[in-house]
Design a protein around this ligand. Structure first.
Ligand SMILES: O=C(O)C[C@@H](O)[C@H](O)C(=O)CO
Length: 273
């Protein structure tokens, strides 16, 4: 059966030295608020874009890049050659109407995370040193989170961006939770994309996306550089022994608050000693 929520990587040349690996837009997906692109850049390649109605978080996933927007120039940013160095990286936030360039100073992979610009915000460097590192969970539910653009940081008007590392034999985004109802203070409505990487690369993880009424219920074998789209519902990830999982989450919705709702059947997992 063809999955509507799983996107395999492509390899489309979109300019000199620029390869488009993933492109999830509101125009080619069920999403209304979240967009995601992943590009590989050869040394010296320059990616250019104007964000019209959106805001964008440019994440230097790997390699060194220089990002320019108007009078702003952030040179040689990026901290790692592989996401599995497990250290935070640098990002740049740009708001609606801005034109920016990303130039690769070394071979680089860049994640472009989009959501509607609900209010104007200044262009800003989000340095690795400002990324919060959080360890969550116990037993086989442990993961490490890098908060690149959490809801406590007002730099963006709708965008939320986090990185999550899960070691083999563990689950994350677990026990299952969702955020698909605009029902604050109990729950916020946030769509989401998951960009996955695996170490070693031949690994896979399982991700299930399902709603209470099971109108969405897909369990996917997710491989290196795949994207999983979460328009609604619970979205746990399970990682087989021997492999480390990395994913980059982009979330957005009508309100910039991450308030999730745990599936009641599984909430007991949180309350163990
Ligand atoms: O397992 C975690 O703590 C990470 C998740 O919260 C993940 O960022 C997510 O599910 C966002 O809704």
């Amino acid at each position: 059966m063809t999955s509507h929520l799983l996107r395999k990587p492509q390899s489309q040349s979109i300019g000199e030295g620029i390869t488009l690996i993933q492109e999830v837009l509101t125009a080619n997906s069920p999403l209304e608020y979240v967009g995601f692109k992943l590009i590989d850049l050869a040394v010296g390649a320059v990616y250019e874009q104007t964000v019209e109605q959106d805001e964008c978080c440019i994440v230097a996933l790997t390699g060194k890049i220089t990002v320019s927007e108007g009078e702003h120039r952030f040179e040689n940013i990026g901290t790692r050659e592989s996401v599995f160095e497990k250290k935070p990286t640098d990002s740049v936030f740009v708001s609606g109407g801005a034109s920016f360039t990303v130039e690769a100073m070394t071979p680089a992979t860049v994640a472009l995370c989009y959501s509607p610009a609900l209010e104007p915000r200044p262009t800003k460097l989000l340095p690795a040193s400002g990324v919060g590192v959080v360890h969550r969970g116990k037993y086989n539910n442990q993961r490490m989170v890098h908060d690149i653009l959490p809801d406590s940081d007002p730099s963006a008007s709708s965008l939320l961006v986090v990185e999550v590392y899960t070691e083999g034999g563990n689950f994350s985004s677990y026990p299952p939770h969702k955020h698909d109802r605009d029902l604050l203070p109990e729950e916020s409505l946030l769509e989401e994309t998951y960009y996955h990487e695996l170490a070693p690369k031949q690994g896979f993880v399982f991700q299930r996306v399902y709603t209470d009424d099971r109108s969405i219920d897909e369990t996917m074998a997710v491989e290196h550089r795949n994207v999983v789209i979460v328009p609604a519902g619970y979205h746990p990830v399970g990682v087989p022994d021997g492999y480390t999982s990395y994913y980059l989450n982009v979330m957005a919705g009508p309100k910039r608050i991450w308030k999730f709702y745990n599936e009641p059947d599984h909430e007991w997992i949180l309350n163990r000693d």
